[in-house]
Ligand binder design. Sequence first.
Ligand code: LLP
Length: 428
Amino acid sequence: MDHFTYRDGTLWCEDVAAAELAAKFGTPLYVYSRQTFAGHFARLREAFAELDPLICYSIKCCPNTHICRLLRELGSGFDVVSGGELFRALRAGADPDKIVFAGVGKTEREIREAFDANVGLFNIESESELEQMIDLARECGIVANAALRVNPDVDPHTHKYTTTGKKETKFGVDLERAVEVFRRHARAESVRLRGIHIHIGSPVCEVGAYARSLERGLHLLNRLRGEGFAIDTFDIGGGYGAHYQHNETPMSTEYASVIVPSLREQGLRIILEPGRLIAANAGIILTRVLHLKQSGGRRFVIVDASMTELLRPALYGAYHFVWPVATGEFVPQSRDADQPFDGLSCCDVVGPVCESGDFLAQQRDLPPMKRGDLLAVFSAGAYAMAMASQYNSRPRAAEALVSGQAARLIRRRETYDDLVAAEDVDSQ
Ligand code: LLP
């Protein structure tokens, strides 16, 4: 389980005991492992080395500036989708040339901020946005680099809310329309339209879906080159899976084995935008058991984390492995729901939020527990804190980063004052 391991009957993050972190920083707590971030990043880079791609960490999955800094130190660029993410990337010391700015509805203010920052590439989502950018760049007297996001109409067979490569979604420009967009706008002086961008969804656990979308993308690129457009960039997006359960997703090398051969010798600068693959298993949530109760024929474990710390189960029905920190004899054999022990009981792990959709795990066989016990919710490095909210006026949880034997807070726990800070406005 990456650098979250059970030793001596208890959970460790690298060389720090999880229970120690909970005691020091409180719960609920996001805990990240530096080595795991670095390991996943290195494996991805190695798998795609032949293409020498620009890897742009997708900030949206785990945006803490300390994590961004870590990725920057590893050599990563950044995929940003808002002015706020651009702010974070710059704060983390990103090289602006290694920033790609995507997003289906960039505002004029965000575009101007990105011009000021000199970002390397804009991924354009519509003809209307391209026209706006051409005008703004001309007005600002700059030349912006851009790629056109195209929608390859490929089904990535993932959750419908995170499917982006099918025609009926709001993302990109239809493939058939793309040539026309280049014909109309690629000769503008203020925006250099120099490539295309494709991102079909997240997570995409079927390598064949990449093969299909790349084939369509390359077909378009060749057509564009045939018409004389100077194309040198292909941003192939992110969406690479992470193991939530049991080896359910391809490894970096398996993605690469399909992607690399189709892109080699094309004379293209390749950009990757991974998020989940790097971050998901680099983080967990530590949560404490508040109460146990049986009602309606169900056994509930009520914990201090909730849908406000991890929305994925409520929003996508996502599976996250949950297990006690102190296991005794019940050392988990994998992250599967099925564990080979007698003496487990079937539970729903739920939070304190006033919604029945507030659950972290349902109908899971778990070891005996009591009030005050600690549980770990695994694979919570990506799209967990990133999607956290203050719903029910719950201050957002703290984040800690572990490196070897050292652990430090990288975001303090919010306070009640934080809940109302932005409401301290003079009434008009
Ligand atoms: N590039 C673009 C254009 C994207 O829209 C995304 C994710 C990525 C890259 C990074 O995808 P990744 O490598 O992390 O799969 N909240 C959902 C995931 C939403 C993904 C949105 N876009 C979840 O919790 O599963």
